[in-house]
Each structure stands twice: as C-alpha cells, then as structure tokens.
Design a protein around this ligand. Structure first.
Ligand code: P6P
Length: 342
C-alpha cells in the first residue's frame, strides 16, 4: 500500500513541528513553542464549536438560554473567552490584546507574567458564520519590551517586522492552522478523528503566477481613480497578459488563505476623504500585520498602498490601515497606480 506507507512516513504533528523549529535555536527555552501549542489547543476547542454554530443559533433563539440556564454564548465571544482562558495562567505572557476588547488584557494578579504578548482576532469574519462561510482566528506574538511586571500598551504597539511569530486558523471545509516563526510558512490540517493538527502544507510559497484578485467591488464607486484603473488592470487592461478572476468571500482569513495557496492579491483600499473608511477597514495589529508577516515569509508582500505594512509603527490598538496583500508584483503594481495619481 504505497500511498498508505508514504503518508505514514510523513506524519508530523504541529507540536513536533514547533519543537523541531525550536531546535534550530540553541538559546530557545521552549516558552514560544509552548505558547504556540496553547494557541493550537485553543483552535481545536473553537473548531469543535464552529461546526455546530447553526445549531447553537437555533438553541439561542429559544429564549437565549440553554437547558442549564446558561446564557448561550455567541461564537465570537466563545472564541475570545477560549483564547483568554487558555493563556491567562501559563506564565508565558505579559499581556494580551484582542480585537474584541478596547484596551490591553492584563494577566490576572494571581498568575505569573512572561516574556511574550499575544495579540489576536478571535473570530474574524464572524458575521458570516450564520451563512456557513469560513471564518478564522488570527494571532500575532511579540516579545515584551518592558522588563518585568504587568505588560504595557507599548509591549503591544510594536511594528510587524518585530513579530516573533504569527498565524491563523481557518475554520472551513477543514480546519487548518497556518503559522510562521520566521522560518517559512507551514500549514497543518486538523484530523478531527484524532484531534491532531498534521503537517499538510510544508513551506508554503505564494505562486508566482497569480489566479485571483479579491476586493469588494460593491464599494468601487468610493475608490480613487487610481484604484479604479488598478482594478481594470487586474481584469486584463494590461500588456502583460494578466487577467485575473474575482474571488471575494468577505472573510479575510478565507480570502487570504486562498490567495496564499493559489496566487493572487487581496485588497481593501482606503475610501474617499471624510469617509469612515478613509483609512480602510482592517486593523493593523489584529489583521494586517500578522498576515503581512506570513505573506512576506511566503515570498509575497503587503502594503498600505504606499509603504510596507511591516514597517508601520502602530499608534493605537485598533488602528485601521488600507491593505494590499499577496503576490509581490501585484501589490507593487497597486502602489504604482496610487503613486501615479498623487
Ligand atoms: P466588507 C469581516 O467582517 C472583515 O472584518 C474581514 O474578515 C473581511 O475581509 C472584511 O471585513 C469584509 O468587509 O466591507 O467587504 O464586508
């Protein structure tokens, strides 16, 4: 049974991968590997609920309480609580920051603090969950800058190029965890029968030949002239033989994941001055920077339309940025169209 044997030769759990990556750094203490493991366990717990969200919603409409009198938790709140509870007591973190919370999340006084901060969007795209569309968790890990004691806002406001690790989990037709510690991008598929993330996509590289462009063209009338021309260029108005198909799910992790594997670009441009999306919609810390880290590790690039996402010094936890991410040449071309209109 050749196929069976070759599959058996290649079984690498995500935990084994964490520690194999760690072994390349003799000075590593294992704290980062264990932190990544905690994220992976959080993902498995969240995944076990995303596959029955519709049922939870039905239960939720019967008076908002289950048979034990507990309030039915919305899935994004459940995801938020799961990540927090998996990480608040481990002594690996100085603080956390969640896209769902206004300020930084301190480690409770009765637990030790550690040398990292965990920044996460617990369930991005959760408005899609009721329609059975893929959603995702995005995470970013920085080394704390403060010396000791409770983590600070400054520990979280660090630029993407200083990330220690980043990744996402996509809860879709299967559950995958994709991460990088700066040693390439690696994808793991959850085998629900055994509850293990198994290496399925080693060393992911964005294909040089793009297939898709992903943008919400429903907003096209609000874009700048340069963005309109850029989109026409992607559709085929060029002399380079580029003519991409539009794929837009409206769930960032799903759109990013498809372009990472198939080749393409996702963009959420700024809208006109005075618009509430004059700086785009997506958040730098929770969405753009971690995905930019992955994109660059996979040979791609991410920009706010003028500068690398990874170079942006954050000024606030919920700072929004325009985002162009994916195939390097396509992102650079977007910058060119925006430069030309200035
Ligand atoms: P729009 C989901 O709400 C989200 O935050 C991202 O996951 C997604 O890429 C974007 O917003 C979709 O926004 O304006 O196209 O619905």
């Amino acid at each position: 049974m050749t196929v069976e044997r070759s599959f058996a030769d290649k079984i690498v759990t995500i935990e084994r991968h964490f520690f194999e990556q760690q072994s390349k750094f003799p000075e590593a203490t294992g704290v980062l590997s264990n932190l990544l493991y905690d994220v992976a366990v959080s993902a498995k717990i969240i995944a076990s609920h995303t596959t029955r969200a519709g049922l939870a919603e039905i239960l939720g409409t019967e008076g908002k309480e289950n048979m034990h009198g507990d309030e039915v938790q919305k899935l994004d709140t459940f995801a938020e609580r799961t990540i927090y509870r998996m990480n608040d007591h481990t002594g690996r973190l100085a603080a956390m920051a969640s896209e769902e919370e206004e300020g930084i999340i301190p480690i409770p006084d009765n637990y030790p603090t550690g040398k990292y901060v965990l920044i996460y969007d617990p369930l991005d795209g959760s408005s899609n969950i009721d329609f059975n569309v893929s959603v995702g968790t995005i995470f970013a890990i920085h080394r704390r800058k403060s010396k000791e004691g409770p983590g600070t806002l400054e520990d979280c406001l660090q630029k993407g190029s200083d990330l220690v690790a980043a990744g996402y989990i996509i809860y879709g037709s299967s559950t995958m965890m994709v991460y990088s510690t700066g040693q390439g991008v690696h994808g793991f598929t959850l085998d629900p029968r055994v509850g293990e993330f198994l290496l399925s996509h080693p060393n992911i590289r964005i294909p040089a030949k793009p297939k898709y462009y992903s943008v919400n063209q429903g907003y096209q009338h609000r874009w700048s002239e340069g963005m309109q021309r850029y989109t026409n260029w992607l559709q085929g108005d060029n002399d380079q033989g580029i003519s991409l198909s539009l794929r837009y799910i409206g769930s960032l992790v799903a759109d990013f994941h498809r372009n990472l594997l198939a080749g393409g670009i996702f963009y959420y441009p700024a809208e006109g001055k005075g618009s509430k999306k004059a700086s785009g919609k997506l958040r730098l810390l929770y969405e753009a920077a971690p995905l930019a880290f992955l994109a660059e590790q996979a040979g791609g690039y991410a920009s706010d339309g003028h500068n690398p996402i990874l170079d942006i010094e954050p000024t606030g936890l919920h700072q929004r940025v325009p985002l162009f991410i994916g195939n390097r040449d396509l992102v650079k071309k977007a910058e060119e169209f925006l430069r030309d209109e200035q």
